[in-house]
Structures are given as C-alpha cells and as structure tokens.
Design a protein around this ligand. Structure first.
Ligand code: HAM
Length: 417
C-alpha cells in the first residue's frame, strides 16, 4: 500500500503555488502600508495557553485540538489559531512596554481536528493581523477596512461583511443569564449540543446550524438589545466610521464567533462561492485577553483569513514556471559554452535552462514553447565556426546573431527589459 497524506491535510502543488505567492506577497506589501510588522511564533505551545485563551468550553478547545504529552510529561498542543500565541509572545517579550500601540501580523499553518470537507482542513493556513493597546472604535473600523483591502489586493471582489457587537464584561453576563433563562423553557426541543450548551455556554447556542433549531434561536433575546451604554456608543461609532468609509455591512445579532475571548465588535466576511464553509475571514475585539494571560491591561483587535478558502476565490494566475532564456547547444562542442553561459545567467538572476538530453532541434523548440521561454539561444556548428550565438525573440519571432563575447550582456539586458 502506498502512503497517502493524512486525512484533512493537503499538498500545495506547483500549479497552485502561484496563488499562494500572491496571497503572501499581498499580505507583506499591504500590512506594511497600514503600519504592521511581521511576528513569527512557534506552531506548538503549552496546552494551557489555548485552554485559558480561547476558552475550555469552545468547540476548538473541547473537541478539536491536537494535544500530546511531551516526553517530560508536559502537555503541548499544535496551535489551532494564532491570536493566543501572539499575545503570549507580546507578554513574554514585553513588546507593549516599548510600543503601546503594537501592530503585528503573522502567517502560517494552524491545526484543528474538524470533519474535513471543501474549504475545511485539519491543517490549514491563516494570515493573522492583530493591533494591541488601542481602544478607540477608529481601530475597529480600520481593522475591518484592512481586512477588505487585503481581499481586494488578492483580487477577490464578491463578498459580504457581517457585523455584530457581543458586549463586554459589564453587560454580557446579564445577557447570558437572560439567554440561559429563555433556553430553560426551549432547550428540551433542541439538538443535543444546544441542550448541553444551554447551561454550560448559552452564547454558543447562537452558532447552531441544525435547521430544526433555527426558528427557536431566532426568537431568543438579542445581544444588541442588551448592550451597556459604553458598548452601545462604541458600536455606533464603529458603524458610523464604516459608513463614512463607504464600507457596506450586514448586522447579524447571532454573530458571536467560536472563541470566548471576544468583546464588543465581532465580524466575518463571507462568500457565497465557497459552499458550506462560507467564512473567508473572522475577527473581533478581545480587550481583557492580554490581562487574562498575565500581561498588562491592554486592548486588542484583529482578524484571521483562511488561506485555503481565499485561494479558492483568487483568480488563477499563469501557473507555468519562469523561463527567460532556453539554451540550445546543438553541436556536442557547444555544450561546455552553454553550461558556462547558463551558470552566468542564473548568477545574474535570469531564469536560464537547457536541455542536456541532446534531442532534435524540433523537439527542443517544442520544449522551449512549453516552458514559455522568452528567448532561445542557439549554438550549432555554424555558429561555433563564426563565434556567434543565434538569439531568437519568441514573442516577436525575430532572430539575430550576437557575438559570443557579448551574448551574456545581451541576454541579461533582454531578460530584464
Ligand atoms: P476563526 O474564525 O476561528 O478565527 O478562523 C478564521 C478563519 O480561518 C476562518 O474564517 C476560516 O477562513 C479559517 N479556518 C478556520 N478553521 C478552518 C479549517 N478547519 N480549515 C480551513 N480554514 C479554516 C480565529 O482563528 C481568530 N484567531 C481570528 C482573530 C484574530 N480574532 C482576533 N484576532
């Protein structure tokens, strides 16, 4: 039996990698414009970080983590998301002391043991953006604007921004209590997850996707009607600024998100071209998390984009590799010259290639075509005798002779033009 990739993981093949380069380059270029710098954290952490950071009652922590005993008995977990690790690193290195308005972004693989389906994997990649130490609603609007600008930079136009406020530690407990009371009467007719969550974590009931439960959930009390004055003012200002920036959104009082650290603003961007897993990115405010994890009392807000999902929406680019110059030594005596020229071109950053198999002119021309070569440099007996190369410009179907001692400069210039 041949060994296959682990269920829920996937290879990113050379034909797809152009799209990944585009998503990565767009992140690097765009986030710098908004003042973000990259931060890289390890892909595994102490299990407790996620239990405390994300919440023990969430699906992620209770069902989906890849947790293993280290050889010395400690418990480690492959990161299911980036925020907790970033906050840990920010605290550990005291980054907020030198930069009280800290903007960082990260990119890498995350791990969740979910049921695999289109757009849902057990190893997937996120681009993650976090702004720490900023409480103003302006940063909420800016973060959302940045999330959409990133999708624009990746060429993804069609999408919907969904927005909510989940209140804060002042007003949410009272709302959750109301929800719990409302659910006491109704939970017995709901699915098993809802019945359990009605007591343990009633907010999670709002996430339920079971069709038969939807009418009951729609009739439950809404957080928007129970925000305290500070949260209501904050949310109104976020919405006003989004409107000012011309960013359309849809309010969804059920958008509580699957992680417990959120307060106030939560948001997601969805696409109807993705099927069941329609969320391209999600995020929100998490004031309180830095303090909960042992750091200063600093605010935070951010989002993460699922790159496998985004890749499904990014217009495919030319998947072919790059070939600037295809070298064709036709006479055996030309091979050494061609090898030296190939090396010199590559050292100058020109994508040069030659076919060392010594096939016919016709089949090599076909190969040059297939590779998308921009120039072909031919060295036959005739050229050797006269000390020249024949250089063919493939796009213009024009051919010229170039003296041997000029050919490197000539090709460098052409390839970089
Ligand atoms: P999240 O909503 O759990 O948020 O994940 C963000 C995005 O990651 C999703 O919208 C989705 O595109 C992608 N994603 C999640 N799970 C999978 C999966 N199994 N397979 C493929 N893609 C997936 C967070 O992770 C938060 N840390 C975001 C955040 C940052 N909030 C504040 N700062």
């Amino acid at each position: 039996m041949t060994i296959q990739a682990v269920r829920g993981t996937r290879d990113i093949l050379p034909d797809e990698v152009g799209v990944w380069h585009r998503m990565e380059a767009a992140a690097r270029d765009l986030f710098a414009v908004y003042g973000y710098r990259e931060l890289r954290t390890p892909i595994f952490e102490e299990t407790e970080l996620f239990a405390r950071g994300i919440g023990a009652e969430t699906d992620i922590v209770s069902k989906e983590m890849y947790t293993f005993a280290d050889r010395d008995g400690g418990s480690l977990t492959l990161r299911p998301e980036a925020t907790a690790g970033i906050v840990r690193a920010v605290i550990e290195h005291g980054l907020l002391a030198t930069d009280p308005a800290l903007k960082v972004w990260a990119l890498g693989p995350m791990f969740r043991r979910e049921r695999p389906q289109k757009g849902r994997y057990r190893q997937f990649h996120q681009v993650d953006v976090e702004a720490l130490g900023l409480t103003s609603p302006t940063i909420d609007a800016e973060t959302i604007e940045l999330a959409l600008a990133y999708l624009d930079a990746c060429g993804v136009g069609e999408r919907e921004l969904v927005l909510n406020s989940v209140g804060d530690r002042n007003c949410r407990p009272a709302y959750v209590q109301r929800l719990r009371e409302a659910l006491r009467e109704k939970a017995s007719g709901m699915c098993a997850d809802c019945r359990r969550r009605a007591e343990t974590n009633p907010l999670r009931v709002l996430d339920c996707k079971v069709p038969e439960d939807q009418a009951t959930i729609e009739a439950l009390p809404r957080i928007a009607d129970h925000l305290c004055a500070e949260c209501a003012v904050h949310f109104a200002e976020v919405r006003r600024q989004l409107e000012l920036l011309g960013i359309p959104y849809r309010l969804d009082p059920r958008l509580v998100r699957g992680l417990d650290y959120y307060v106030r603003t939560t948001f997601e961007v969805t696409s109807n071209r993705l099927g069941a897993q329609s969320s391209i990115l999600g995020g929100g405010r998490y004031d309180g998390l830095v303090k909960d994890l042992g750091g200063p009392d600093a605010a935070g807000i951010g989002f993460a984009v699922g790159l496998e999902r985004l890749a499904l929406l990014v217009p495919a680019k030319e998947a072919r590799g790059r070939c600037d110059v295809f070298l064709m030594p036709l006479a055996p005596a030309g091979l050494d010259k061609a090898l030296r020229l190939q090396r010199a071109l590559r050292q100058a950053g020109v994508a040069a290639m030659l076919d060392p198999e010594g096939r016919s002119f016709k089949s090599r021309m076909k190969q040059a075509d297939k590779l998308g070569a921009r120039f072909v440099a031919i060295l036959g007996d005739d050229e050797i005798a006269r000390g020249v190369w024949s250089v063919r410009d493939m796009a213009r179907s024009a051919q010229q002779e170039v003296p041997e001692d000029h050919v490197l400069e000539h090709l460098k210039e052409k390839a970089n033009a």
